[in-house]
Design a protein around this ligand. Structure first.
Ligand code: NAD
Ligand code: TYD
Length: 355
C-alpha cells in the first residue's frame, strides 16, 4: 500500500479519489483534519476496502512509527501542510510547526522504517514530497520560467516553510540515501478547493452576491494547473521519477489574476445569469494588496515531459469550465465548509482590506 498524508485536503483528496479509481493498491490516509481537511471530500470512498483513514498529525512520531510498522507502505506521498499564503502572513506559527517540524518528524520516522527494509523493498521505496513553485520566489515580466535549478528565494512565511521542508527532503537523500522525490507545482484549481483561495473564493462570492476582492492592481501572474493533472503528474513521478530528483509541474497557463476573475464572471453569466441582467463583473472590488505579494510565477515543466512523458490534459478553458460547473453542482459542499471558523477568517483577512 501507499501512505498519503494530508489526503483530506484539496489536492490530497483528489489524489486519493483518482488513485482508488485507477489502482487496486490500498491507500492509508493520514490527516490531522485542520480547518482545511474535510472528510466530506472522501465521502465516495468511505466504504471502499482500499481506503483506510486515520486522523493524526505528521508531527506525531509514535503514531508514525506504529502506522509504518503495521502497514509497511512501499511509498509515502506527503501532501500534509499549511497551504494558504494569507494565513501565513496573519500567523506563521502553524506553518513552521507542520511544514518544517512535521516534515522533519515524518522524514525521521520514514528513515527508521526504510532502514529496516530488506531485499528489493529497500531500493524500491519512495518518499514523494509535494511542494510548490513559490519556493523559487518572484519573476519579473520577461524572466524565463522556473526550472528545477532556479535558486530558492521564498518571500512569504508559507513559501519559506515549504522551502525549508524541501531542503530537509534533499538532505535526507544526500546524507542518508533515502530515495526521495520532490515535485514543485504551480497553482492548482478544481473540485474540493477550499474557498479561501482565489478561484473558489471568486465563484462562491459571485454566487452569493458578495464583492470579488482583487488584491492590488490584479495584474499578478500565476501559472494554473487543473488538480487532476497535478495528480497524474505525481503518479508519473512516483512510477518513473529518479530518486533524489526534483520535477517541476505546471500547466503552461500563465494568467493575470484579473483575467481569471473575468473568465469566472463570464462563465457564470452564461451558466447562472443574474435576473437583473447584469454581469457578475460588477461585483469586482479592488482591495488592499497582500504584503510582499509575489508578482509572477511561471513553471518550465519541460523536464517531467522529457523524462516521464507527462503533460497536462486540460487547457485553462476546459479546466475552469469544469470547475465552475462543479461549484454550481455542489452548493451543499460549499455550504458545509462555510462554518463559523471560515466566517472568522473572511473577517480577519478582508475587513482590514476595505472589502
Ligand atoms: P490544503 O490546505 O487544502 O490541505 C492540506 C491538508 O493537510 C488538510 O487536509 C489538512 O488537514 C492536512 N494537514 C495539515 N496539517 C497537518 C498535519 N500536521 N498532519 C497531518 N495532516 C495535516 O492544501 P492543498 O492545496 O491540498 O495542498 C497540498 C500540498 O500541495 C501542500 O503541501 C501544498 O504546499 C502543496 N501545493 C499546493 C498547491 C495549490 O495550488 N493548492 C500548489 C503546489 C503545491
Ligand atoms: P491564492 O489562491 O491565495 O494562491 P497563492 O497566493 O498561493 O498564489 O492567490 C492567488 C492569487 O490571487 C494571488 O496573486 C493573490 C490573489 N488573490 C486576490 O487577488 N484576492 C483574493 O481574495 C485571494 C484569496 C487571492
Amino acid at each position: 500500500m501507499i501512505l498519503v498524508t494530508g489526503g483530506a485536503g484539496f489536492i490530497g483528496s483528489n489524489f486519493v479519489l483518482d488513485w482508488l479509481a485507477q489502482s487496486d493498491e490500498p491507500v492509508l490516509n493520514l490527516d490531522k483534519l485542520t480547518y482545511a481537511g474535510n472528510r466530506e471530500n472522501l465521502a465516495s470512498v468511505q466504504a471502499h476496502a482500499g481506503h483506510l483513514f486515520v486522523q493524526g498529525d505528521i508531527s506525531d512520531s509514535a503514531l508514525l512509527d506504529s502506522l509504518l510498522a503495521k502497514h509497511q507502505p512501499r511509498a509515502v506521498v506527503n501532501f500534509a501542510a499549511e497551504s494558504h499564503v494569507d494565513r501565513s502572513i496573519h500567523g506563521p506559527e502553524d506553518f513552521i510547526q507542520t511544514n518544517i517540524m512535521g516534515t522533519f518528524r515524518l522524514l525521521e520516522a520514514v528513515r527508521a522504517y526504510w532502514g529496516g527494509l530488506t531485499g528489493e523493498a529497500k531500493p524500491a521505496f519512495r518518499f514523494l514530497h509535494v511542494s510548490t513553485d513559490e519556493v523559487y520566489g518572484s519573476l519579473s515580466k520577461n524572466e524565463p520560467a522556473f526550472t528545477e535549478s532556479h535558486p530558492y528565494e521564498p518571500n512569504s512565511p508559507y513559501s519559506a516553510s515549504k522551502a525549508a521542508s524541501d531542503h530537509l527532503v534533499r538532505a535526507y537523500h544526500h546524507t542518508y540515501g533515502l530515495p526521495v522525490l520532490t515535485t514543485n507545482c504551480s497553482n492548482n484549481y478544481g473540485p474540493y478547493h477550499f474557498p479561501e483561495k482565489l478561484i473558489p473564493l471568486m465563484i462562491v462570492n459571485a454566487l452569493a452576491g458578495k464583492p470579488l476582492p482583487v488584491y492590488g492592481d490584479g495584474m499578478q501572474i500565476r501559472d494554473w494547473l487543473y488538480v487532476k493533472d497535478h495528480c497524474s503528474a505525481i503518479r508519473a513521478v512516483l512510477r518513473g521519477g529518479r530518486a533524489g530528483e526534483v520535477y517541476n509541474v505546471g500547466g503552461w497557463n500563465e494568467k493575470p489574476n484579473l483575467d481569471i476573475v473575468h473568465t469566472i464572471c463570464a462563465l457564470l453569466d452564461q451558466l447562472r445569469p443574474k435576473t437583473s441582467g447584469k454581469s457578475y463583473r460588477d461585483q469586482i472590488t479592488y482591495v488592499a494588496d497582500r504584503p510582499g505579494h509575489d508578482r509572477r510565477y511561471a513553471i518550465d515543466a519541460g523536464k517531467i515531459e522529457r523524462e516521464l512523458g507527462w503533460k497536462p490534459v486540460e487547457t485553462f478553458e476546459t479546466g475552469i469550465a469544469k470547475t465552475v460547473q462543479w461549484y454550481l453542482d455542489n452548493q451543499d459542499w460549499v455550504g458545509h465548509v462555510q462554518s463559523g471558523a471560515y466566517r472568522e477568517w473572511v473577517q480577519t483577512n478582508y475587513a482590514a482590506r476595505g472589502a
